[in-house]
Design a protein around this ligand. Structure first.
Ligand SMILES: *Cc1c(COP(=O)(O)O)cnc(C)c1O
Length: 477
């Protein structure tokens, strides 16, 4: 300590704290200002000096020198400057993981966002006539083109779409829905709640397992606004069941001059069966079955940004667009651009499995995933040698977000099983993987830590950061 003090007479430990200005004007202080700005650095220094004063045991205890104070200030500033929302590696085996941001966007979507957001744009401006324009106009014709609908509009997400459709077409009136379709989607979206919030009255018909066309007919009265079907995308009822097809419900609705609306949930624009994936109703088949309005999500199987897409008959879309609630639920320019960049890929469906991450991940072959596993196994084993057994395992992957619910795709993963350590150590190991620069999110399963590889883009995303992994202390250490 003493010789330190002698090198710069007035920056060594003292009994009195340095002034904020003195720290600020030191060489190190100036360096921090260049990086973080004067206001932030001043605030951080003041905060640090307060902390040091508070934690001083006695008045005579020495104060750290300016250099030491600056190290602490730098740490605080680095931490404050980190955005908590950041990129992670989704190695959970669930392709559309709501907690991990659902669909990974295609580069065409990122490009579109970049083009539109880096300057002013004609969001609501008609360039040809220098008039006020409609933000939906930039995307509507593409959606019409891809779905065969008469008209379309877009809102913040599919929950908003359902709310807006019901509020526009059924406020103050009754809506019969089959008891088998009163779904709850994760994150507190429940059909009965959305119904009451949209101002309409749910009339439950049929039973949980069986609903017949007669149930729809019997429920229709003076006050019925429309008939509605909800695609039960996140569960299936099996056994003694009966549901009424879209075409039958449409026929009944139209007999009574009522609109028929469908909440398709995920919905797909293409025949997934042709890609070797389980069937999912497409938007155009649903429209062709007689649905007057169909709503679906932008960030589920469609593979784009969070959005709710509403398609169907012009007369209803017009009313939906002029509902004041639409103003509150409208899509912003970034999402419109990202949605356009995503949807345009559907004009050439042959390239979707290459260019659209969601479909790329879902259609990856077992061999391709196994290839990633083989690239990872040796380096990961070596990192954990003597501590854990690392092996390649077969896994079952799900689409997630209530899409293609019961269908599991065969995949592969890297399984880390501790040799002697217990669950506590394993949890700490999982936490250490989450502390990496790009956190690796896997899952704990049956005494091991599993990293599923279906949604890993490149093995290098893992390999390049293995050196940073800090193994937890072993129990016997
Ligand atoms: C996912 C889903 C919703 C909600 O869609 P978000 O885009 O997440 O708001 C609504 N209905 C059904 C049937 C769904 O599967």
């Amino acid at each position: 300590m003493n010789n330190r003090q002698s090198n710069t007479a007035d920056s060594g430990p003292t009994k009195r704290p340095p002034s904020v200005d003195k720290v600020l004007n030191s060489t190190g202080g100036q360096r921090l200002i260049t990086r973080f700005g004067r206001t932030a650095v001043t605030k951080a220094i003041r905060h640090q000096l307060d902390l040091l004063r508070e934690h001083r045991h006695t008045d005579s205890a020495a104060f750290p020198d300016i250099e030491e104070i600056l190290v602490l200030v730098n740490e605080t500033l680095e931490q404050d400057n980190q955005f908590s929302l950041k990129r992670v590696l989704n190695l959970t085996g669930t392709v559309l993981h709501t907690n991990l941001g659902r669909a990974v966007l295609p580069s065409s979507a990122l490009q579109a966002v970049n083009d539109v957001a880096s300057g002013a744009c004609n969001l609501e401006y008609e360039i040809d006539d220098a008039r006020r324009g409609d933000r939906d106009s930039h995307i509507e014709s593409l959606i019409i083109d891809l779905t065969g609908a008469e008209a379309a509009t877009v809102v913040n997400n599919n929950a908003a779409a359902v709310l807006l459709v019901l509020n526009t077409l059924a406020s103050g009136k009754e809506v019969p829905v089959s008891r088998g379709e009163l779904v709850e989607i994760g994150g507190s979206f429940r059909i009965p709640d959305i119904m009451s919030r949209s101002g309409c009255h749910l009339v439950e018909i049929g039973t949980t397992n069986r609903t017949h066309s007669q149930d729809y007919r019997a429920a229709i009265g003076q006050n019925t606004a429309l008939l509605m079907k909800v695609h039960t995308s996140n569960y299936k009822i099996s056994g003694f069941t009966n549901t009424v097809s879209d075409a039958e419900v449409a026929t009944i609705a139209h007999e009574f001059n009522l609109p028929f609306i469908t909440d398709l949930g995920s919905g797909s624009l293409i025949d997934l069966h042709a890609l070797g994936l389980p069937d999912e109703p497409t938007v155009s088949t649903t429209l062709n079955s007689g649905a007057d309005i169909v709503s679906f999500s932008g960030d589920k199987l469609l593979g784009g940004p969070q959005a709710g897409i509403i398609v169907g008959k012009s007369e209803y879309i017009e009313r939906i667009k002029s509902n004041p609630m639409k103003r509150a639920l409208r899509l912003d320019k970034l999402a419109i651009a990202a949605l356009y960049g995503t949807l345009k890929l559907y004009k050439d469906p042959n390239r979707l499995t290459r260019d659209l991450p969601v479909l790329h991940f879902l259609t990856r072959t077992s061999e391709e995933i196994m290839g990633l596993a083989r690239e990872l196994i040796a380096p990961v084993s070596q990192k954990l040698s003597g501590i854990a057994e690392v092996s390649i395992v077969d896994t079952k992957n799900q689409t997630g977000s209530g899409s293609l619910p019961l269908e599991l795709l065969p995949g592969h993963g890297i399984c880390i099983r501790p040799l002697a350590q217990g669950d506590n150590w394993l949890r700490q190991l999982a936490a250490a993987f989450r502390q990496l620069p790009v956190p690796m999110i896997g899952r704990l399963h049956d005494g091991s830590l599993l990293f599923d590889l279906r949604t890993l883009e490149h093995s290098n995303d893992v390999l390049s950061q293995l050196d940073f992994l800090e193994l937890p202390q072993r129990d016997e250490d």
